[in-house]
Design a protein around this ligand. Structure first.
Ligand code: XMP
Length: 512
């Protein structure tokens, strides 16, 4: 296994991800815990992450001596390189030219670190983000790569197997970065590369057991992929010490609540409390049309209901959440500087700290696609694993204007037809998200010989890789025509269908 020592970079988890992709198990520890970890166990290799501090300032994080005393290969990345250089007797100074973003690395010497990745003399794109730089190397090191802003962009001591790179090999903007990390952990570190999601599952099950002991865990289940996978994994670890609470806010899609209950209570036999709070939510939303007000009401009420239910389970000490790594990064950067709130996302996973329960977050290390892989590994049906994302406030933000029971039913019916057509056309998996929106607009139509005056339904479908940017999906006119006809014929209350061809930006995926 590989130890990743964290100096506070925003992208430390990406190092872990790249190591996992190389088939090697890794653990991340904060820099000030590294010594204790190394006293108890010896990894095959150590990676030092980047970080926001400056090593030439006092009081900033240092690399403990234990790291270099362990006698295993070490790779320092960015701040990690500087911390290694400082610890071993070299020099780090504030850079004259700061380098941020794309840069060119020139490979000036061969080294085991670049074995099979770069040849001497090669120039390669790398991603830099540093103000300080190494200016003098410790004994035994030589420069193997240079860039405009960093004379020691890559350094190596092949005898002691100590390496440093000023650039970030863990990000995708360093195209050969993953190969460098793989070379380091496998060829230099001698790790086998046979680690898999099956082993993650096993290790995580052990970790949950030792964290929870004989305690009781409550888990908020939403029917989405993340909370489903978290619940299954925890259930595998501790069986009926887990109770799931499914707060049904009445804003779910057609048959969704039923499917969740059938799968978890019926099929998996997981203790599940199904709270039908739909009337309470609808009452609270009565007359509300502002999107942010809707989100706040739903978020607050969700927590209220969840707390009421979990208090009934008197001896619960732990709260399970399906927090993913991107949630962790976003919540860190959210406090790191001013940013404009476009939408105050209410996420059903986001429960308050005031609950005084200890958190169990088995997916904290994983990215969405890895969670899906773990879900498959756990035998979760494909219809759950491959689901499109669905917002916490549900259909409330797909009905611009006031929400009523009648509108919810109309929207559910139209949405179900749309998704059925998408599935029948074999398009579901190529689309990131598809849904119907019920507009608060009535228009005139003619059906048979009669005049109609009904709602407009907008259809939305986008492609995306992360939800941050998106393109509208290019359906055939044939598909759109067929779907519109079905919706108008089968759903009472809709007499006109339009297709939304806005990208994000400038639009957003949801209409509210
Ligand atoms: P937007 O509409 O901001 O959506 O382009 C990006 C992604 O976030 C989802 N979304 C939400 N998810 N609570 C959530 O849990 C929310 O309030 C919320 N608003 C938008 C949206 O469905 C898309 O996947």
């Amino acid at each position: 296994w590989v130890l990743i020592v964290d100096f506070g970079s925003q992208v430390t988890q990406l190092i872990a991800r790249r190591v996992r992709e190389a088939g090697v198990y890794s653990e991340i520890v904060p820099f000030d815990k590294a010594e204790a970890v190394l006293a108890a166990a010896t990894p095959k290799a150590i990676i030092l992450s980047g970080g926001p501090a400056s090593v030439h300032e006092t009081g900033t994080p240092r690399a403990p001596d234990a790291i270099f005393a362990a006698g295993v290969p070490v790779l320092g990345i960015c701040y990690g390189e500087q911390a290694m250089v400082a610890a071993l007797g070299g020099q780090v100074e504030a850079g004259h030219e700061r380098e941020f973003g794309r840069a060119e690395l020139e490979v000036v010497a061969d080294t085991a670190l670049f074995d099979g990745v770069f040849a001497e003399g090669e120039r390669a794109q790398v991603w830099m983000s540093h103000g300080d730089r190494v200016t003098a190397l410790p004994d035994g090191f030589r420069a193997v790569g240079v860039s405009t802003g960093a004379p020691f962009a890559a350094i190596a001591d092949d005898t002691r197997k100590l390496y440093g790179v000023q650039f970030h090999p863990e990000v995708v903007h360093t195209p050969k970065g993953a190969a460098i990390i793989e070379t380091f952990v496998r060829k230099i570190g001698g790790c086998h590369g046979d680690w898999s999601m099956a082993q993650f599952r096993e290790a995580e099950v052990q970790r949950i057991r030792s964290q929870v002991g004989s305690g009781r865990v409550v888990c908020g289940l939403s029917g989405g992929v993340d909370s489903s996978v978290a619940a299954l994994l925890i259930h595998e670890a501790i069986g009926d010490q887990l109770t799931c609470i499914f707060v049904d806010h009445g804003l779910l899609r057609k048959d969704e609540a039923k499917q969740v209950v059938e799968l978890f209570r019926g099929h998996y036999n997981i203790p599940l409390v199904h709270v039908d709070a739909s009337e309470r939510f609808l009452r609270a939303l009565d007359g509300i049309s502002d999107p942010e007000a809707k989100r706040k009401i739903i978020g607050r009420l969700f927590i209220e209901v969840f707390e009421e239910e979990s208090e009934k389970l008197e001896d619960a000490q732990f709260l399970a959440q399906g927090t993913l790594y991107p949630d962790v990064i976003e919540s860190v950067s959210a406090t790191g500087g001013p940013s404009v709130t476009i939408k105050s996302h209410h996420n059903v996973g986001g429960l308050p700290e005031t609950m005084k329960l200890k958190l169990v977050e088995p997916l904290r290390m994983l990215f969405k696609d890895e969670v899906r892989e773990l879900g498959r590994e756990l035998g979760l049906p494909e219809t759950f694993v491959g689901r499109h994302p669905f917002p916490g406030p549900g259909l409330a933000i797909r009905i611009p204007g006031e929400i009523t029971q009648e509108k919810l039913e109309i929207l559910r019916a139209a949405d179900a037809i749309y998704l059925e057509e998408i599935r029948n056309a074999g398009l579901y998996d190529t689309i990131w998200q598809a849904f119907a929106v019920l507009l608060p607009v009535r228009t005139v139509g003619v059906m048979g010989d009669a005049r109609t005056y009904d709602f407009v339904c907008a259809l939305r479908a986008v492609t995306s890789t992360d939800g941050m940017t998106a393109d509208y999906f290019d359906f055939s006119h044939d598909f759109l025509g067929r779907t519109a006809t079905r919706i108008i014929n089968e759903v009472r209350g809709i007499n006109r269908v339009v297709y939304d061809i806005t990208s994000k930006p400038p639009g957003t995926i949801e209409w509210e």
